[in-house]
Design a protein. Structure first.
Length: 290
């Protein structure tokens, strides 16, 4: 934990809110280089895939916020305590802090909304903190983990998400075992929800979105990634994939239009004029011999 000093604002009668008296994201540190489990390449790429495939039916893009490895300050009694979720989603908050600035951190008493989803990617040395009482010492990440020393306060991530923030959905994924685990807050405690081990996929009804394990290449890196899907199990596309799909559809429509016009007996010059294409472009669609 990196400690900084700040000058508390004195209270008044009636008392002022924590948003007025406690430090803001501009006052708090945005990094903690001494924290264990600093991101590797997977921890960099996987959150990007989650954010770039997220589509929320009930929320406009400016009304929710996603982040990865961003300091999350959660306790008004200990304003310097923080966690760095591997990925989280907060809804009913603006995309920009106070509609004007990129966030340096996420400060609960300033934002007024806790995360709605938190996702952790298990790593050797941090798995017991991520899984809390659900930690299985034999099977969650690797058999030969380094021994962890007794952790002093502040609390671990699992406890913070469950007791302090009451995050409705907590999801954990191990790229080592390709195991996806899903916890839902019920009666103030996380209850693990059963998933099909052959095709682990979960559905969040209120957000109208699902999550599963997708095998493929992201940013030219093959692997098994967690990725959002629709209610039919179709994987939601990244912006790049959507653009490529749209281009493919336009090309298919042009190819069909060229074929129809040529089959109707129209010469190539006239086809090119109607479609605002050159003869070489028409030939490139494979409808005539060059």
């Amino acid at each position: 934990m990196v400690w900084i000093s700040y000058t508390p604002i004195e209270q008044t009668d009636p008392p002022r809110s924590p948003k007025e008296t406690l430090p803001t994201m501009y006052d708090l540190p945005s990094e903690d280089p001494e924290e264990p489990g600093l991101p590797d390449e997977f921890h960099d790429l996987q959150p990007q895939l989650l954010s770039r495939t997220l589509r929320l039916v009930a929320y406009a893009r400016e009304d929710y916020f996603t982040a990865s490895n961003l300091n999350l300050y959660y306790d008004v009694k200990h304003p310097l305590w923080h966690k760095r979720p591997d990925w989280f989603l907060a809804v009913n908050v603006s995309r920009l802090y106070e509609d004007r600035d990129l966030r340096r951190s996420y400060v609960i008493w300033q934002e007024g909304q806790a995360p709605y989803i938190a996702i952790e990617f298990l790593s050797p040395g941090t798995d017991s903190e991520d899984l809390g009482r659900f930690y299985n010492n034999e099977s969650d990440v690797l058999q030969d983990r380094p021994k962890r020393q007794t952790r002093p306060k502040p609390p671990g991530k699992f406890e913070v998400y469950e007791e302090y923030l009451r995050v409705p959905y907590y999801i954990v994924y191990s790229r080592y075992t390709q195991q996806l685990r899903y916890f839902r807050l019920e009666g103030g405690q996380y209850q693990e929800q059963p998933l099909n081990p052959q095709n682990p996929r979960l559905w969040l009804t209120d957000l109208e979105i699902g999550l599963g394990i997708w095998e493929g290449s992201f940013e030219d890196v093959p692997g098994r990634w967690v990725r959002w899907c629709d209610d039919q199990g179709n994987w939601l596309l990244t912006d790049t994939e959507q653009a490529e799909t749209d281009i493919g559809k336009v090309q298919a429509q042009l190819r069909q239009a060229i074929q129809n016009l040529l089959e109707d007996g129209m010469d190539m010059d006239r086809v090119a004029q109607i479609l605002s294409l050159s003869e070489s472009q028409i030939q490139a669609f494979g409808q005539t011999e060059p």
